[in-house]
Design a protein around this ligand. Structure first.
Ligand code: SAM
Length: 282
């Protein structure tokens, strides 16, 4: 099969190469280099600054696992806030819940435009949901200025470089905690569970002062370096491990989920001892 190798520079000392057969789009936005590729293995892929962000083939895993553990840890979320997530996949999963509103703050409008143009199967109409409110802007500034309180905040950002760096800081988590309702929950993508232990430990350390419960869980995101990817949840109220499986089953009935399950909820938090030790907030 003709094609070329796209090498993901996701981690400094390791690369992942994926065969691509066509580059459908390329542009330099004010924030990052944006590419859309076609690959036999993963279908269409969004690539930002050389790092694979999401692919048609495995986006459901990442977006289900970033959305549902946190939305279900909150007993009855009505308003959600998404920071980043320009491809719309997280918005789609979030809106499966009976929310009044989901506000999505994405700094780069080009990511939304090109995702809608080339990857609309990922957002699956979520941008047109009357409950969705899209804000093109910096999530840090938005949260700093916002007075609206939300029940669940989800940070689906690029890794902590450039405009995303501040999204991993203790200051940002403290302001976010202040924007949450009393049972509020924050979930962030916290990097590779295999190769970015220091990043995960930093996220947990930065969340700890602002949240009663901080837990990290993992899922296999096939196109990401090392495959096993981490998510870290901060809760002002319920511990994610106290959500009854029966409640998860009831509240996700009809969601059409393909990865996340009631039993898989607790299992995702059951990290191997070496990993648990490696990410313990130092
Ligand atoms: N799933 C991907 C991952 O784990 O790396 C993230 C996908 S999503 C496309 C990441 C988005 O975060 C990008 O569209 C980027 O523009 C956005 N982003 C980065 N920094 C931001 C900020 N400060 N405020 C809002 N959006 C930001």
């Amino acid at each position: 099969m003709r094609g070329a190798w796209l090498t993901d520079q996701g981690c400094l000392d390791l690369t992942t190469s994926i065969l691509v057969t066509r580059r459908l789009h390329e542009e330099q936005t004010p924030y990052q280099h944006l590419e859309i590729y076609e690959s036999p293995r993963f279908g269409r892929m969004l690539v930002l600054d050389g790092a694979v962000q999401t692919t048609e083939a495995d986006e459901f895993i990442y977006h289900e696992m970033l959305a549902h553990p946190g939305l279900l840890t909150h007993p009855a979320p009505r308003r959600a806030l998404i920071i980043g997530g320009g491809d719309g996949g997280l918005l789609e999963e979030t809106l499966k819940h009976p929310l009044e509103r989901a506000t999505m703050v994405e700094i780069d409008g080009a990511v939304v435009r090109r995702s809608r143009q080339y990857l609309d199967v990922i957002s699956a109409g979520a941008f047109d949901d009357p409950r969705a409110r899209l804000v093109i802007g910096d999530g840090i500034a938005y949260v700093g200025d916002a007075r609206e309180r939300v029940d669940v905040a989800l940070v689906d950002s690029t890794d902590p470089v450039g405009p995303a760096a501040g999204l991993f800081s203790g200051e940002f988590y403290a302001v976010l905690a202040d924007r949450l309702t009393p049972d509020g929950v924050l979930v962030v993508q916290s990097g590779s569970a295999v190769y970015q232990h220091e990043l995960i430990a930093m996220v947990r350390r930065n969340m700890a002062p602002s949240f009663r419960v901080v837990r990290t869980y993992a899922a296999t995101v096939l196109a990401y370096p090392g495959v096993l990817w981490s998510f870290t949840i901060g809760s002002l109220g319920r511990d994610p491990l106290d959500v009854p499986s029966s409640e998860i089953a009831r509240r996700t009935e009809g969601f059409g989920l393909r990865y996340y399950t009631p039993a898989g909820h607790d299992a995702a938090f059951d990290l191997p001892p070496y990993l648990r030790d490696a990410i313990a907030a130092r």
